[in-house]
Design a protein around this ligand. Structure first.
Ligand code: HEM
Length: 132
């Protein structure tokens, strides 16, 4: 684990969260990315979901750091999103990542190529665990 890299990502996430429309923008982008994704959220209270996702992303960052509580949380997410539960496919995870990257670029005023690479390293590591 690279300390500078994860700290840079956490700072970037902090700046994204300061934008009042970051999560609105994310769900607009994500739901439009594929009709199958929109279908999954037909019965969802999106306002509640935005707050759940805000914490969910924090757990993905903490998982990369090896934090114990995040290991527990990410295995829970793995279970709820698995075939037995929400049945989320690998393609949907890719759409999720693409949508998130679009929004990070829009909402972090200090974004750079290196920072996007750092985000990718952290999220691909944690999502590999969640989607495996
Ligand atoms: C990869 C990062 C993701 C994170 C961190 C995440 C996080 C969460 C969290 C925290 C919840 C609340 C319930 C629970 O704890 O299981 C949830 C529910 C849900 N997620 Fe995800 N999720 C991710 C990816 C996806 C993807 C790719 C989809 C594809 C459609 C998806 C669809 C859903 C749906 C449909 C629900 C249930 C909403 C409801 O309660 O109506 N998630 N997610």
């Amino acid at each position: 684990m690279d300390n500078t890299l994860i700290n840079d990502v956490k700072m970037s996430y902090g700046r994204c969260c300061l934008s009042p429309v970051f999560f609105d923008d994310f769900y607009d982008t994500f739901l439009k990315s594929n009709p199958k994704i929109k279908e999954k959220f037909v019965n969802t209270d999106l306002e509640k979901q935005k707050s759940l996702l805000k914490h969910g992303i924090s757990y993905l960052l903490m998982f990369y750091e090896g934090k114990h509580i995040a290991k527990f949380k990410v295995s829970e997410l793995k279970e709820t999103h698995s075939k037995r539960g929400l049945d989320i496919s690998v393609d949907m995870y890719n759409d999720w990542l693409k949508s998130l990257y679009i929004c990070i670029k829009k909402h972090d005023p200090n974004i750079s190529k290196d920072l996007m690479k750092a985000w990718h390293e952290v999220l691909s590591y944690s999502i590999r665990r969640m989607a495996s």
